[in-house]
Design a protein around this ligand. Structure first.
Ligand SMILES: Cc1cc2nc3c(=O)[nH]c(=O)nc-3n(C[C@H](O)[C@H](O)[C@H](O)COP(=O)(O)OP(=O)(O)OC[C@H]3O[C@@H](n4cnc5c(N)ncnc54)[C@H](O)[C@@H]3O)c2cc1C
Length: 225
């Protein structure tokens, strides 16, 4: 589906990340994990970029969570309420699948949008899965959606493991996500379903690690960029 979406709200998540709430047609439907292409003329050129939907399907809008990096993300950061943007989607095969197993999100940076969409879906549908979030950030201030993640943890549906690669903070782990960290926080790793979302190198490293730990390929779902 291709449509013009009006910006309903802009929310600052961190110093360099915003969430844009966008109006969608009533029949727009997606599965948590999918992305849209946002399209616009920037500096005289037609540009399209992919952004994971960070809202859940029951919400009457979509949200995308965008880290400011270059040309297009910079343009998206300049948008204000009531501006319009062309959207194409939903797209992608990275999709949440219902399961009775524990769910483990392994997330780097703004890949957090996919985990938020799936957690909102789990909460809205009162699903009983226990979820774990391994969230790699440079500093604690780079962690987005902290209040929402804390609320899921208070309800007992989520255990958060935030690991910082460029600073330290009490209650957080230090360094990259590795097998030692996974084994420290997870029992019976092969029994769980993993959703990995983030930078290409990080995701590939974690796939290799999970396979060595005995997780079968069909239990490892990936999105990377
Ligand atoms: C399936 C999928 C889902 C995605 N989901 C998200 C998401 O949820 N949130 C999100 O923020 N992104 C997401 N992305 C990434 C997004 O599509 C864009 O790639 C990202 O926003 C960068 O685009 P840009 O035009 O801002 O950067 P570009 O201008 O294309 O630049 C890309 C990189 O090159 C660097 N760069 C640019 N110019 C220079 C230069 N002259 N010298 C040195 N370095 C330079 C930039 O800093 C940037 O890191 C996703 C991508 C895919 C494929």
């Amino acid at each position: 589906m291709k449509f013009i979406g009006k910006i309903l709200d802009v929310k600052k998540q961190t110093l360099d990340t915003v969430t844009l709430r966008i109006k969608v047609p009533e029949d727009f439907d997606f599965v948590p994990g999918q992305f849209i292409n946002a399209i616009a003329k920037v500096d005289g050129k037609n540009v399209a970029r992919a952004y994971t939907i960070s809202s859940a399907p029951h919400e009457k809008f979509i949200e995308i969570t965008v880290k400011k990096q270059g040309l297009f993300s910079g343009y998206l950061h300049s948008l204000k309420k009531n501006d319009e943007i062309q959207i194409m989607g939903p797209l992608g095969l990275f999709k949440f699948e219902k399961t009775d197993k524990d769910i483990v999100f392994v997330i780097g940076g703004c890949g957090i949008g996919a985990a938020i969409s799936m957690l909102r879906f789990l909460a809205a549908n009162k699903m009983k899965n226990k979820a774990y979030l391994f969230y790699s950030c440079r500093t604690f201030d780079d962690a987005a959606f902290k209040d929402e993640l804390d609320s899921y943890e208070k309800k007992g549906m989520l255990k958060q493991i935030i690991t910082l690669t460029r600073s330290q903070k009490e209650g957080c782990e230090i360094g990259r996500i590795n097998d030692v960290l996974l084994k420290k926080h997870l029992k019976d790793i092969p029994s769980k379903v993993f959703y990995l979302c983030g930078p290409v190198i990080m995701v590939q490293d974690i796939v290799n690690m999970l396979e060595k730990l005995g997780v079968s390929k069909d239990r490892i779902k990936i999105e990377r960029w």
